[in-house]
Design a binder for this molecule. Sequence first.
Ligand SMILES: [Zn+2]
Ligand SMILES: [Zn+2]
Length: 338
Amino acid sequence: MYHSESGFLNKINDNIEIKNYDAPEPEDDEVTVEQAYSGVCFRDILTKQGFFPRVALPIIPGHEIGGTIVKKGKNVKSFSIGDKVSSLIYVPCGKCEFCLTGRENLCPNKKSFGETLNGGYSKYVNVNTSSLVKVPPGVPEEAIPIAACVTAMLVHAIVKMGRIERGDNVLITGAGGGVGVHAIQIVKAYGGHPIAETSSQWKEEELYKLGADHIVHASDDFNADVKKLGGADIVLEDVGIRTFNKSLRSLKTGGRMIVIGNLNPEPVSLPLGLIILKGNTIKGSITSTREDLKIALDLNASGKVKPIIGRKINISEINRAYDAMLAREIFGRVLVEY
Ligand SMILES: [Zn+2]
Ligand SMILES: [Zn+2]
């Protein structure tokens, strides 16, 4: 039996409770993964705050999962004990029109780790093999749990939905957060010019070091600044109402806005005339597929995208980490270390 100190969400708005947990035997199509780290995501905070009504409480939160296989169910043929694996943030159904056409990120029947399945806030997690990708050599341990929710999600948004080409200007809103710092590197890896929007002046030097070509500020009319740089071919919108309108006005004619995040559930207003006149596109992009996850891990293996980790914590410090994330005190991702 594999046991460890694990985090539990018992009730909406309660603090995460830490208690000893015995991982059950893996089901026939599952493996037990031993994690060195698991990722902490802003979505975990939204889950705690009750934004996702389908959450099956009590639950082990967290959906950023990866590590080494230590046990496998009896149907598992394609993975072996000792394999390093990274997991999608959900288990696809494998049967719907989306799963059958390589778009399992859109599967309406998917089960989500940390919401409808016990998740990553535990050293040992059981994962269905349909969520797993083998990790190639050379990937840093810290990159493994965040590959699906951060790196591959961005590959999906920037490459598949945004169709980035060499020389494209890509405006990244909320660039100092855990997502933005990886987006800068991916844009760079594909030959684009990252323009980083941040509201935290202390993060600027680090953003330039990661490869940002320019920095603009949310407090200014940053769309005017982006226009001076030629306008944005792609905007990666990860903030919502605070930046949305300026982001839209930053787009070039024919530009693409890819919406990947929304910190505030308030609706935004959409100037339809502007979208029509400039032939702009607005697309939502949700999580990642196994194909995206493979590309992301290859980017990690080649060193083109490095995991930017702001803080490593013990699971007992999770509630304080949430406070620090809400106060935007952390540059990069938070990992729980086991
Ligand atoms: Zn996440
Ligand atoms: Zn499906």
